[in-house]
Design a protein around this ligand. Structure first.
Ligand SMILES: [Zn+2]
Length: 146
């Protein structure tokens, strides 16, 4: 059994298992989380080598190393990227809310302002990374639908 962190084997093996993290168990939650982390780090969730972005804002349509698709001409994909970014920002805001409530004595209105500002900043600063997470989810969905 190959560990999830090991480098991909030969190209033929990759084709046999589809364009998504060769060597990992199919459908494993940990494999999906690892792939989402790869996406957050802006590297291809499938081969862990190819960069997702070709410039600051422009994505590669597919992985330059393994060919896994990063984008499709599909309206739903854009929505998926938005929902992924929104969901992760909400998780960030929820954690921050709990931390502020438990560890500070600030008035609620101040806490809400801090959480709102920090969440907006989080979304703007990490938007590329959050879109990378969506790439991992998209690849998992494509593999699952096969
Ligand atoms: Zn790749």
């Amino acid at each position: 059994m190959t560990s999830p962190g090991s480098p991909p084997a030969a190209g033929s093996r990759q084709e046999a298992e589809g364009p998504f993290r060769p060597g990992s168990r199919r459908g494993g939650t940990l494999a999906l989380l690892a792939a989402m982390w790869d996406g957050f780090c802006l590297r291809c969730p499938s081969c862990r080598r190819g960069p997702i972005y070709k410039s600051l804002l422009e994505m590669h349509p597919a992985c330059p190393a393994c060919g896994a698709p990063f984008e499709r001409d599909n309206e739903g994909d854009f929505l998926g990227a938005m929902v992924t970014a929104y969901s992760l920002t909400v998780v960030f805001g929820a954690v921050l809310t709990v931390l502020l409530y438990v560890f500070t004595r600030l008035p609620i209105a101040t806490q809400m302002l801090i959480v709102g500002g920090a969440s907006l900043t989080f979304l703007l600063v990490f938007y590329r990374n959050l879109k990378g997470v969506w790439v991992a989810v998209l690849l998992a969905l494509l593999r699952w639908m096969k």
